[in-house]
Structure formats: C-alpha cells, structure tokens
Write a protein that binds this ligand. Sequence first.
Ligand SMILES: N#Cc1c(-c2ccc3ccn(Cc4ccncc4)c3c2)n[nH]c1N
Length: 244
Amino acid sequence: MRLDIISIFPEYFAPLDVSLIGKARERGTLDVRVHQLRDWAHDVHKTVDDTPYGGGPGMVMKPEVWGEAIDDVIEGGSPRMVVPTPSGRPFTQELAQELAQEPWLLFACGRYEGIDSRVMEEYSGRLRVDEVSIGDYVLAGGEVAVLVMVEAVGRLLPGVLGNAQSAVDDSFAPGAMRNLVEGPVYTKPPLWRGHEVPAVLLSGHHGNVARWRRDEAIRRTVRNRPELAAALDPATLDKHDRKL
Ligand SMILES: N#Cc1c(-c2ccc3ccn(Cc4ccncc4)c3c2)n[nH]c1N
C-alpha cells in the first residue's frame, strides 16, 4: 500500500518511522510519502491560508495551493483521498478495514479552520473522497487524526501484526467482536500485590476460557458502551445473563 500525506507539519509524521508501521515500511509493505504543502505556495512567505469568505474567526486554507499539491502528488493516478475534519463521517474499525483494502491512500491534512471546500468538490469528480472524523472533540489540525488512521489501517495489512488472530479478536472487529469491546487481559505473575488472575485463565480449558472472555467482553460493553450493547443480539445478552 502506498500512502501519501500532505501537511504543513510533515515532522508530525516522524512516529511513522517506528514500531509496527516503521517495520512495515522497511519490509516494503507500506510506502509512506510525506509532502510539505508549502512547497506549492509560490509567494515569498509560502502562504497557504487566507481570511474566510463571509467573515468569521480564523483562516481557511487556499484552494490553489492544495490543487497544485494534489495534482503533482497523484500525477494523474487515482488514490482514495481521505480528509480528516471534525465534520466528517466517523472513523470506525469497519472503515479501517475498508481502507486497508485500498492500494493507495492520499491524506490531506488541514489546519486553521479547514481546507476550502472547493478542493474536496474538485477531487470528488475524479477520486473517491472521504471526509472523516476520528471523534467528537476538536483538534487543531488533521495530522494527529492521520496518525490514528494510518496506525489503525496499517496494522490490518498482511504481515504487519505478528499474530493475524489479534486483528480478528480486536474490539469492534467484524464478525464475533462486532459491537463488542474486548475484555480484560492478564499475564504473569499469577498473583500480584494480592490480586489474582481469574482461575479460568489458568485452567487450560480452552472452551471455558473462550466463554469467559466473551462474557467479560459483553460485561464491559454493557458497562462502558451501552449504545454498542444495544445493537447486540438480545439472545447474546440473555445467554451471558447481561441486562442493559
Ligand atoms: N479528524 C478529525 C478531527 C479534527 C480536525 C481535523 C482536521 C482539521 C483541520 C483544521 N482543524 C481545526 C478545526 C477545524 C474546524 N473547526 C475547528 C477546528 C481540524 C480539526 N478535529 N476533531 C476531529 N475529530
């Protein structure tokens, strides 16, 4: 998978040189290219923003600069374009799975009050353009959101996770974990400061362990994410004696 990221703060993406994503880049599974938007601003100050039409606070990113940058980066190709914005569709595990199937993603990182909407309008005619939000809170720009999405998507690519089963057991994963969050996890020692590991996990009985884990996942979902639990099959809740 090729990932292009356009930003006025390319240094935000240094974390993509380390850990799982860094190793995937070394192996060639991921080809990440970060671009400085100001390289396409031609005035002496490398200006990328201007005052908003209609008035109001803050500044808006100029369409001309974005248009030149995107045209140069895509070179007539057709990546799927992802634009982080507080007003976007929710970024979910399902969307991460969908994006992980794409051969080429282009992330446009806005700053200030956002990117002139005509940029998304222009490229929607040529590319699949998704305006996406990572949550109901406001950031200062799109860079952190892109880091979140790149990690969520990158870990789903073949060979990136040491154990492919991890992605299957993830919270929110399609299939058995749909609308569920994961239960608690434990490791050695069996006793720590008077806290014991649940005996079932030491029993070696795989069926009982699987049942316990699912029960704990449902218990935690009901407690922490009742809106997800509401989407669970009522039979699932009954079988695990869980009430909303
Ligand atoms: N994804 C995502 C986001 C963002 C986000 C993303 C891109 C930009 C570009 C600029 N801003 C600042 C801004 C813009 C408009 N209104 C208020 C602030 C951004 C915020 N905030 N919260 C999220 N969940």
